[in-house]
Design a protein around this ligand. Sequence first.
Ligand SMILES: [Zn+2]
Length: 293
Amino acid sequence: MRLDGHIHTGLERADYNLNPAENQENLMKGLKAAGLEGGVIFSVDPLKFSDWDPEKRLQDCLDTCKGQDNLYPFYYINPVESDFMDQVDMALKAGVYGFKMICTLYKPSDDRCLQVCEKAAQNGKPVLFHSGICWDGHDSANNNKPSNFEAMIEIPKLKFCLAHVSWPWYDECIAVYGKFNNAYFRRPEMSCEMFIDVTPGTPRPYREEVFTHLLQWSEYDLRYNLMFGTDSNTSKYNSAWALEWQKRDDALYEKLIPEDVEDFKEHVYCRNVLRFLGISDEKPEKYIPMIGE
Ligand SMILES: [Zn+2]
């Protein structure tokens, strides 16, 4: 089974269909055409839909996923809103699988952001962050640099993910991953774990360079921590785009992964997403390089 770990509802406000049942139908059809069986669905962007109250934003996402075993709703939270912790409670109570955050107006180390992550971790829920330059219409680069996410290291049991391999800071993203891997070994009681979402952000011709750095030059074991995604959206799921990226990525995995590439792909496209969501109980044995090795 293959999943798309990064799907938006209402990515662009102007053409968003307000009927969740129709969006679900379109999405399931689009996923199927792209050889995918489900995915992670983010509720609408709180900045673009600021006139929707939190209940409406959540409900739209829940309704889009309703009755589908392989659609996993995530609540998109903006901790700058004064009632943000009430929103976290509301989303947890409704049974979301995790939280989506884009640090447009705050730093990852902002106390409000850390409070969300802490509460998510206490409830066994993951947090998926945008990382890298963001097409959000704001001055936000300094918030979205991968090294800022070191702030997560003090949150016990948190599973978090940096999307887009932090394009264009992919080397920094890889180094931060190495740090979290080392901390995972060094402080097992903390066991905060970082995942990387390879959703494009990378221009097509850059993909090979990014994957070469990630999978060959880094010498880090990424088999259990990469996830596939498309950044497509529910009301107009782009199957051609999803197929194109799978084809490109698959060819690169065949080229760059020396051992058991089928198992690698199974992890990137499915098993890592399920473990991130807390659905799978797989306990991977990761190779963790030490200083001086
Ligand atoms: Zn996105």
